[in-house]
Ligand binder design. Structure first.
Ligand code: ADP
Ligand code: ASP
Ligand code: MG
Length: 417
């Protein structure tokens, strides 16, 4: 008998029929004698639809009310899934995040889980029920409802698995596991049998939506056995673990891309000590995360520099830069959108010179110009114009020997949701 956490994403519970299929899967585990805690996302496009609806009433809705609204999506899912399990003769009980004892910091829309008190979960498991918990939500000490950021149900699942010391946390989604790149973009993407926490964390942070970055962080920190697999097939999936077996000669494990990028450039800045500290200090004070920073050459005592922020922060970042003009004189601030950050990731990179050069070569041979670059021990990222991103990803996938011979069956419906 094992204690298992299963997490089902939005597409896995997007219709009544899919909900029934999930209920059957849970019942199979119960019949095999396992104790099961299930985390569920909102059905299909519910979260997006709720956001669209709110924007029609208020383009800038209060974050507290937004969390109040979005948490309803997961609440619908848990109640319906519990009913579907009862309908096939098993007992189940649904909990909101707060009923499951999930406490978060007092931040709306991207709260971190601070602690979990799983007493009610254990009591329900002991009573023989499957426990169905709403993903992506928690409550602050003051009793306010919070959400964990888009895709945050993965994090609920891993945090619960750590808190109840589950034997395994299975993330069920609409593809067969973690692939060398998004299998919906590159048809000959390769499914990975295993991947290390560090590589997965890098891929997730760099845009691979298959796992929420914070879920991987928790899994690494608490050493949770994590498996990503399809809710539509019985295939084995991908194991995410501390050390993953390295295939001979594979230096790049995967390619990620992120369209949520805007570039801000500040031109003609006085080149004197403390300028960068003032600019990035002001951005940080306004809660804006800055990613890649590039300073170009100095001419006549003036410098230009650029940095990237998420698309949502584009306008705000420009306003902040304008607000400090009195303190940091410059000629002009501009912004650019329609960009993508493409990244190659692999733990083997550190001991293999020439990996970055090959990336630049592939991109330049496609006639695409690289606007910004950033590197770390296990990744290289390039910001390029969005139009040719598919060609670039495919070119890199082939160049680093990641293509499979056959086109893949990704395990889920091609018509997403
Ligand atoms: P869920 O609703 O189950 O949480 P998500 O849409 O959040 O599902 O994540 C699954 C999707 O992640 C896949 O459909 C796929 O398009 C995308 N994806 C991006 N990169 C990868 C990758 N490297 N491996 C697998 N899937 C990926
Ligand atoms: N429903 C939330 C979202 O769409 C959380 C999740 O699916 O993990 O982002
Ligand atoms: Mg997800």
């Amino acid at each position: 008998m094992s204690l298992i956490v299963m997490k089902f994403g939005g597409s896995s519970v997007g219709t009544t029929e899919r909900m029934q299929r999930v209920a059957r899967r849970i019942a199979d585990y119960k019949e095999a004698g396992h104790k099961v805690v299930v985390v569920v996302s909102a059905m299909g496009d519910t979260t997006d639809d709720l956001i669209d609806q709110s924007k029609k009433l208020n383009p800038n809705p209060p974050a507290r009310e937004m969390d109040m609204l979005l948490t309803t999506g997961e609440q619908i899912s848990v109640a319906l899934l519990s009913m579907a399990i009862h309908a096939i003769g098993h007992s189940a009980v649904s909990f909101t995040g707060w009923q499951a004892g999930i406490r978060t910091e007092a931040v709306h829309s991207k709260a971190r889980i601070t602690d979990i008190t799983p007493d009610r979960i254990f009591a329900a498991l002991d009573a023989g029920s499957a426990v169905i918990v709403a993903g992506f939500q928690g409550m602050t000490l003051e009793g306010e409802i919070t959400t964990l950021g888009r895709g945050g149900s993965d994090t609920t699942a891993v945090a619960l698995a750590a808190a109840i010391k589950a034997d395994v946390c299975e993330i069920y989604t609409d593809v067969d596991g973690v692939y060398s790149t998004d299998p919906r973009v590159v048809k000959c993407a390769r499914k990975l049998d295993e991947i290390s926490y560090d590589e997965m964390l890098e891929l997730a942070n760099l845009g691979a939506a298959v796992l929420h970055p914070r879920a991987v962080e928790y899994a690494k920190h608490y050493n949770v056995r994590l498996v990503v697999r399809s809710s539509f097939t019985q295939n084995e999936g991908t194991s995410v673990k501390e050390e993953a077996v390295m295939e001979q000669g594979v230096v790049v494990r995967g390619i990620a891309f992120d369209k949520n990028v805007a570039r801000i450039s500040i031109l003609g800045v006085e080149d004197e000590p403390g300028v960068l500290a003032k600019v990035f200090g002001a951005l940080a004070d306004n809660g804006i995360d800055v990613d890649i920073i590039v300073q170009s050459g100095v001419q006549g005592g003036k410098a230009d520099f650029s940095f990237t922020v998420s698309l949502d922060d584009e306008e705000k970042a420009k306003q902040v830069v304008e607000s400090i003009r009195g303190n940091v004189p410059y000629r002009e601030v501009t912004s650019e959108v329609g960009l993508v950050k493409v990244s190659i990731v692999g733990a083997g990179m550190v001991s293999n010179p020439g990996v970055a050069a090959k990336m630049f070569d592939v991109i330049s041979k496609l006639g695409v110009s690289i606007k910004m670059v950033s590197t770390s021990e296990i990744k290289v990222s390039c910001v390029i114009a969005a139009e040719q991103v598919q060609d670039v990803i495919r070119g890199l996938h082939t160049a680093y020997g990641l293509d499979t011979a056959e086109q893949v069956f990704v395990g889920g419906p091609q018509d997403r949701r």
